[in-house]
Write a protein that binds this ligand. Structure first.
Ligand SMILES: Nc1ncnc2c1ncn2[C@@H]1O[C@H](COP(=O)(O)OP(=O)(O)OP(=O)(O)O)[C@@H](O)[C@H]1O
Ligand SMILES: [Mg+2]
Length: 396
């Protein structure tokens, strides 16, 4: 297992999570379609990539696609087809659709796809290919009829949906697209399984827009940080495989300091140990590594936590979320709801207290779900010391 601190990890770099894999497999064998409910950076993408690998070994066709850089329904469709094609599924009908989509793209030029999933394909005499949605359905009909088990994993779907909301008829198109996808899952449900995940939660996105119904067929799959025991084994392996063995007391101290053993946080503390040039991992070395990690030039690895807030929330919500985190970053032991409200009102005296209170309630649920905060004995606090220290230094 190499010391990788950012992108998803695969093959020998993946620290095995057999319990989670077994849970995922059980869900799939019960014909569930899933949405992974998990905080940021907990290892979602790496886990589903491993699942795909295992499914393929068991003769499934497993297709993973990240739709983060897709801008609209047509590019989603193109990416999906491309992935299915690479998965070796029905080249004929897929190729026909791919040609249609290419023509549609050319006809549109630089124009945005205002008609969304109902975009006309110009094949009026052919009901199977008259619109973008129908053309895709025809591919799924063939895949289902083929009888082969197929797993489709879609990562970063909320990013695509967020991008769409900023385009022409965005809200309507998002609703229509999600309804269409739900109908697709229900129509072709014998052999095709779906998993959705992302660094922005799908449930938060749909709840905010009253679209909960469009994903109510997806079973939530909860993925948490590692247990203390798993984190210990993780650190032991990381140390051994990277020529800096970590004795048990140092492993325990790393876990205590991190406070919340995300694989990513364990990887970055270990990286800081190696990078700070120590040859033996002892208490002094760990102290030095933690200080090294929080030096300004090393802080950018936490930036994703800040950037995602801006992408995910409206401007007023992002302002309050940042104010909450700014305040909590100064209080390691946390603050009560009332203390938080007072602090935000003091910083934004022109705001309406009842409105801020409502925002506070809503946002604390999302910030807890995404892994920023936890609530303990009526107090909200940062879940991770690393993130709190980062926030204190980089207050937006
Ligand atoms: N099973 C694992 N074994 C080793 N390292 C892991 C594992 N899972 C996650 N990591 C660490 O966490 C980092 C992020 O992993 P991954 O991209 O899978 O997380 P994610 O939950 O998908 O993140 P995001 O919320 O940003 O999408 C990796 O670069 C690695 O440092
Ligand atoms: Mg991910």
């Amino acid at each position: 297992m190499r010391n990788i601190t950012g992108p998803p990890v695969e093959h020998d770099d993946f620290f095995d999570r057999p319990k989670e894999i077994a849970r995922l497999q059980r869900e799939l064998s019960n014909s569930a379609n899933l949405r992974i409910n998990a905080p940021r950076r907990v290892g979602k993408t790496s886990l589903v990539l491993r699942l795909c690998e295992i499914c393929q070994q068991q003769q499934w066709t497993a297709v993973y696609l990240n739709v983060e850089d897709s801008a609209d329904e047509l590019s989603f469709a193109e990416k999906l087809l491309d992935s299915l094609h690479h998965g070796g599924l029905h080249p004929d009908s897929i190729s026909r659709c791919a040609i249609l989509f290419r023509k549609a793209r050319q006809a549109l030029g630089g124009v945005k796809v205002g008609a969304g999933i109902d975009l006309e394909m110009g094949e009026v005499d052919d009901p199977d290919h008259s619109t973008l949605g129908r053309a895709l359905e025809s591919v799924f009909r063939k895949i289902e009829a083929d009888g082969r088990q197929v797993l489709i994993v879609i990562d970063e779907m909320p990013e695509l949906l967020l991008a769409m909301t900023h385009q022409d008829h965005g809200q309507q198109r998002v609703g229509r697209f999600l309804h269409w996808l739900r109908a697709l899952r229900q129509s072709y449900r014998q052999h095709i399984r779906w998993i959705f995940l992302g660094s922005i939660g799908l449930e938060g996105f749909v709840e905010e827009r009253n679209l909960g119904k469009t994903i109510n067929d997806l079973t939530p799959f909860i993925l948490d940080a590692l247990s203390a025991q798993e984190a210990d084994a993780f650190l032991e392996k990381l140390g051994t495989d990277n020529h800096l063995p970590l004795p048990p007391d140092i492993r325990q101290e790393i876990i205590r300091r991190v406070g919340w053993p995300l694989p990513h946080h364990l990887q970055i503390v270990f990286h800081a140990l190696v990078d700070s040039g120590v040859t033996t991992a002892d208490a002094a070395a760990l102290e030095k590594a933690c200080a090294f990690l929080l030096r300004p030039e090393n802080l950018s690895q936490f930036d994703t936590w800040r950037q995602r807030l801006e992408e995910q929330f409206s401007v007023p919500d992002a302002t309050v979320a940042k104010a909450m985190l700014n305040h909590l970053s100064q209080h390691a032991k946390g603050r009560t709801r009332e203390q938080l409200l007072n602090a935000i009102m003091a910083a934004h005296p022109q705001s309406e207290a009842s409105k801020v209170e409502e925002q506070l309630g809503r946002l604390s649920i999302i910030l807890q779900r995404d892994g920023y905060l936890m609530e303990n004995g009526g107090r909200q606090a940062f879940r991770s010391f690393l993130l709190r220290e980062y926030w204190q230094r980089r207050r937006p």
